[in-house]
Design a protein around this ligand. Sequence first.
Ligand code: SF4
Length: 352
Amino acid sequence: MDYQTLKSDIQSWALALGFQQMGVSDIDLSAAGEHLNHWLEQQYHGAMDYMHRHGSKRYQPDQLVPGTVSIISVRLDYMDTGLTPYQQLTEQPHKAAISRYALGRDYHKVLRAKLKKLTEQISEAIGPFGHRVFTDSAPVMEKAIAEKAGLGWIGKHSNLLNKNTGSYFFLGEIYTDLPLPPDPAATFHCGSCTQCLQDCPTEAIVAPFQVDARRCISYLTIENQGPIPEEFRKAMGNRIYGCDDCQVVCPWNKFTQDTQVADFAPRHGMDDIELLALFQWTEREFLSNTEGSPIRRIGYDAWQRNIAVALGNAEPDAATIQALQAKLLTASPMVKEHIEWALAELGSHDSR
Ligand code: SF4
């Protein structure tokens, strides 16, 4: 088989399916494995025990999927630059700042459907072949793989950066037994810039390429199911789901390209919405309004916990204090503790 031609065909099919870029890497992720092990040794993964669980399968792709000899990596842009800029939202304490990737349909579903179609097209052309599709869903080092495949370089904030579009995109992978010719790896273009390290609200980027998840607002508001440590609550501001600050300040994001995926359009006005409106959702409303959205996976308790902290950082008006006090009656012990913190921050004497 002419694998160079097959690779060119796969590239054309990937673009026709709406991906912005496709590249191929080999399966030698030993350098990324060393970086991962160092990060784990520092305990920077917090309570994400699953980062340990799969051991070397994460950086030895043929251990995870036996027979894998190359990896197809794709990029799908998600940003809509016509939305209220995230930075403007973080400057309006009564509004909710939600990470821009999470406003629409769950990217896992969108990416998986497209990747599945791509594998079907390959099968139609060459017959059955060994493969498995990943969308941020298994122990896969997607950024290291994408960097090797030439899709971009890992910036000092540890996200992938592309010269033509910045960093607002998702990645997906196909592990395959097809020996496709690898692309040249991307080169590094952060230079001497350290903007993301300086501007992280909780100083979570403790050194270039080293994010201490235990300090990162994305981790604290999404992965973390327990209380948010008090030392980070003020710095959270109104960031109630994830945090985009390290991407917002990155100079490469002036090249952001708009998404072509209608499914990523914001739902329920969550791109620019009042905190109080979200705090007043019942559990039933939360479940129904976040159906098919990545936000749903944090659950109602963590959702209320995050908004309570943000309300504690907002203006101390009567409506906010009243809403917080009303929720005290029904909240779980964890949420209640965050509401009490918020009320104390707002100077309400009825808080404890
Ligand atoms: S802000 Fe600067 S250092 Fe950070 S990822 Fe962007 S270019 Fe690299």
